[in-house]
Design a protein around this ligand. Structure first.
Ligand code: FRU
Length: 494
């Protein structure tokens, strides 16, 4: 595999030399150059957090899949690591697809991934064979590939994304499969030794037969429930929901080894923005359930794809929680406060009728924390324009009092895709908004994370302002704090 890895690094180096950083993230994980999609193999191993990701080192589009890699001591400052996995055996010759990582009792990292092989590389419609493979590592950087551990069942055309965990003495794996009838299912396997796996049962089948594949399944305990997350392919738009073509979401239920998964809820979005797909979770050493998602590129190609030499970033790491009504919330992990380089406290005030207030005249990377007393607010919308450039382009983040929703509206975006997304506001009379603005994206958390929205946002040239605005009424601000944020990269030049 060494030869393939060296060749891939040289290709990334060549693209890196021409990388345009106007939208390259300061505090989100992205490939040095080339393409990134799903987060893979999230784990804490030998004193470091590891994030691997689907990576095409040859181009800014999806293509032959490798596993890119970054590691960190604290989930705040990250080190670039060499590309970890390349196609190296017949079974994965056209792609080392998504998968997960767990640590064995004898201190090795076990990585399970999908080996992908087109039947005809020039004609993808002829289908593919997908199998589950194992690789191990003593340091998280160098891997030994052991080959296929679960073969593709007869007649199954799509079978991928193994996610492994241990309950008691048994190892469990969920895998996505398209059933013989063409319906998205999640299959459960078990193993005592991490190497020999036995089919246990079909754990879940999507009640909507149009969902042909439930990519990147993940099943984990949270509080006294089990949460099943998956990324449903090809669901049509349904009002505010499932507007992204392929959509990630969750179902809350109960499960125990040897039993069925019993759903207690329907399928709900995990994040209501334009860009959130293929999330994967892991358990941090202190027991927190942390998720990373891919800020996806599934509809209109992101603006960086054409000329900037890179495409695709992950979300910030988020801690998951369930509320009493079985709603899954997510908030940026507390450690991210470590990215703050300067804080401006605007305190409490009232914004008058039809007023604009500049919070930052120019910000590449910023965080806004806003608390508004909605009972004492008469403005139609509580608006935050971010990435506002001198030509008037901006991305509009707002609370809409008429609809009681929180939205990201890109109608005035300088570059890239437009459109808006909107989440119900579960916060009652108190609006608490936390907004993370990076060079090419915005993430919005309302009601302490009960509603989240993530979207790309590509500003035009010149300063990038952040502004608060009222419309046809006043805004009663209880508190407003704005932070400038630094970079996550220990060596930002690479
Ligand atoms: C999800 C996905 C996975 C697959 C990987 C390939 O975005 O399609 O199902 O393993 O990406 O890159």
């Amino acid at each position: 595999m060494k030869e393939q890895l060296d060749h891939a690094e040289r290709c990334v180096d060549a693209m890196l030399a021409a990388r345009d950083d106007r939208w390259y993230p300061a505090f989100h994980i992205a490939a040095r150059a080339g393409w990134l999609n799903d987060p893979n193999g999230l784990c804490y191993f030998k004193g470091r957090y590891h994030v691997y990701f689907q990576h095409n080192p040859f181009d800014t589009t999806w293509g032959p899949m490798y596993w890119g890699h970054a590691s960190s001591e604290d989930m705040v400052t990250w080190r670039r690591e060499p590309i970890a996995l390349a196609p190296s055996i017949e079974a994965d010759q056209h792609g080392v697809f998504s998968g997960s990582a767990v640590v064995s009792d004898d201190g090795l990292l076990y990585v399970y991934y999908t080996g992908h092989r087109w039947h005809d590389e020039d004609e993808w419609s002829r289908g593919a064979t997908q199998v589950q493979c194992l690789a191990t590592s003593a340091d998280g950087v160098n891997f030994d590939v052991h080959g296929v551990i679960i073969d593709c069942p007869e007649g199954i055309t799509e079978f991928r994304d193994p996610k492994v965990w241990r309950t008691g003495d048994t190892w469990f794996m969920v895998v996505a499969a398209r059933s013989l009838a063409g319906v998205g299912q999640i299959w459960l396997y078990t193993s005592a030794d991490m190497v020999r796996w036995a089919f246990d049962r079909v754990l879940f089948e999507d009640p909507d037969p149009r969902a042909g594949m439930l990519e990147c399944p993940d099943l984990f305990p949270l509080g006294d429930r089990w949460v099943l997350i998956y990324s449903a392919m090809s669901l049509p738009a349904d009002g505010y929901r499932t507007r992204n073509g392929h959509n990630s979401g969750y179902v809350v239920g109960t499960w125990a080894p040897g039993e069925d998964f019993v759903p207690l809820t329907g399928f709900s979005p995990m994040d209501w923005g334009h860009q959130f797909y293929a999330p994967q979770t892991f358990e941090a050493p202190d027991g927190r359930r942390v998720v990373y998602g891919w800020m996806s590129a599934l509809s209109v190609p992101p603006a960086t794809q054409q000329a900037d030499g890179w495409c695709g970033q992950l979300t910030v790491p988020r801690e998951l929680f369930l509320d009493a009504d079985h709603r899954l919330g997510s908030r940026p992990i507390a450690e991210l406060a470590g990215l703050r380089t300067e804080t401006i406290d605007f305190g409490a005030f009232e914004l008058g009728v039809n007023e604009d207030k500049v919070l930052l005249a120019d910000a590449e990377a910023a965080e806004i924390e806003l608390v508004v007393d909605l009972a004492a607010t008469t403005s139609d919308r509580v608006g935050l324009s971010v990435h506002k450039d001198p030509d008037g382009h901006a991305t509009f983040v707002c609370y809409d009092d008429l609809a009681d929703r929180v939205s990201i509206d890109r109608r005035l975006a300088a570059h890239g895709d437009r459109g808006y997304r909107s989440a119900p506001h579960p916060g009652g009379d108190k609006l608490t908004l936390r907004v993370l603005v990076d060079r090419g994206s915005v993430e919005v958390f309302a009601a302490d994370g009960l509603a989240a929205l993530s979207s790309y946002s590509f500003p035009g040239e010149g300063p990038r302002a952040v502004e608060l605005s009222s419309e046809s009424g006043t805004i009663k601000v209880d508190s407003l704090t704005v932070h400038r944020l630094g970079t996550i990269w220990a060596d930002p030049d690479r």
